[in-house]
Design a protein around this ligand. Sequence first.
Ligand code: NDP
Length: 495
Amino acid sequence: MPETQQTFDSYSPADGRVLAKFPLMDSTAVAEAVDRARIAGSWWGDLSFRERRRYLMRVKSILARRAEELAEVVHRENGKPTDDALLEILLSIEHVDWAARNAEHVLGRRRVRPGLLTLNQDARVSHQPLGVVGVIGPWNYPVFTPMGSLAYALAAGNAVVFKPSEYTTDVGRWLVAAMQEAIPDQPVAQLVTGDGSTGAALCAAGVDKISFTGSARTGRKVAAACAESLTPVLMELGGKDAVLVDAGADLEKAASAATFGAYHNAGQTCAGVERVYVHEAVYHEFVERVADKVRALSPGTTRESAYGPMTMPQQIDVVRRHVLDALARGGQAVVGGPESVGDRVIGPVLLTNVPEDSTAVTEETFGPVIVVNPVRDLDEAVDRSNASSFGLSAAIFSKDRRAMERAAARLRVGSVTMNSWVMNAGVAALPWGGVGESGFGRIHGDDGLREFTRTKATTRERFPLPVALNITNFDRHPRAADLVRRTFALVHGRS
Ligand code: NDP
């Protein structure tokens, strides 16, 4: 690092000690990384799917062999217990594997059927790499979240320049080092380090797409910056996910899922359970079950704690504000309360009967707080869930499969799980993304591969049509159009 280079520190959320120092990269440093990526990307994009797959399998293998080491880095810098860190690493391994194995099948050039007027054409669709994809990631799932873009963008033949959150830069460094070890030939994966200004520089650096994961607030800034150069963007933003519990649901299962979904990772999960709407017939029993589970949680800063400290200190004030607002408007604290909000670790808070206009219901809390409210039926639960400006995902618990399917179809979210929580993020073949303030575009699955490509259509004439019959020709026979019209009436005229 040159002596004049500005730097920033990465801290332990457990005790605030400095863990590492990184360069605060400016627009020149970012532009240089993008230039290098452009050259590397052209080499990488020219490889066959099979060759890229071989390299990506090496990335996967490093992640699998050194998962414990990476989990330790995540625990140190993000604060989550090592088992939770391992969970996101294991899920990431499956995504790298799926993207590498399926890229050819999803993106390979394929023939499509021509129409009646174009019968003589060999028509094909291909998906070509964009070139360089800028990936901007958050700190809450510092492995799993960026990997949903990095692995899929690489598998689609792009080079990537990754800007991790300043709060988890060491995790980003580890990931990119692993990719560079697996692909030593060219810098197809690069790290740029810094704060929001470095992210902004990446948006302005002439990349071919920005894949952004973070808050809706920053997402707006990123979209505005990218609009200047018409750089396409993929937006994976926040959420205010609801769990809907029907009268006949397995309450024990629903309570376990809601508790894990709400408090896991200290509630710092985009798809974290922040609201629960429970059928009034089982409301009290459900609240009691959740309360029992919540009281048994012991958060802290060790590797084995139920969940860890808040990674980003500013979020602590947001959590306090939401709890106070809920109580001021008549909500009840069944477990914990404002006193649970500590300097680093926040004890679990369970709120009930919170008015729907409270910030604890309308805004993303991103902390270990859950709001449980009663509803008349599943329909009302769907209406309340849909009233949010966010729409990332939702979960439904019921014994009535039809009712669940109906509710799932009506929910205004990117994905729905039935009788479980967040399982779709783990199914690599399923797309992931939101609606409304939760963003647009999709990572994971077929859609997630196509996001990082430009679609190209080609036709090749297989045989010439007689000039007289070719209606896209001034030399056509005067009756050619009429002949084609009559053929169309025969083929398409029947209903
Ligand atoms: P932020 O929006 O604060 O930051 C996200 C990233 O953007 C960080 O790397 C940040 O850098 C960077 N950044 C900040 N300002 C700019 C800018 N002007 N231009 C470009 N980049 C910038 O989000 P958090 O890191 O706090 O992450 C939490 C949010 O992410 C939550 O809302 C959560 O719900 C959402 N999220 C969504 C997911 C999904 O799949 N939909 C998955 C995971 C999280 P720095 O940190 O260095 O300031």
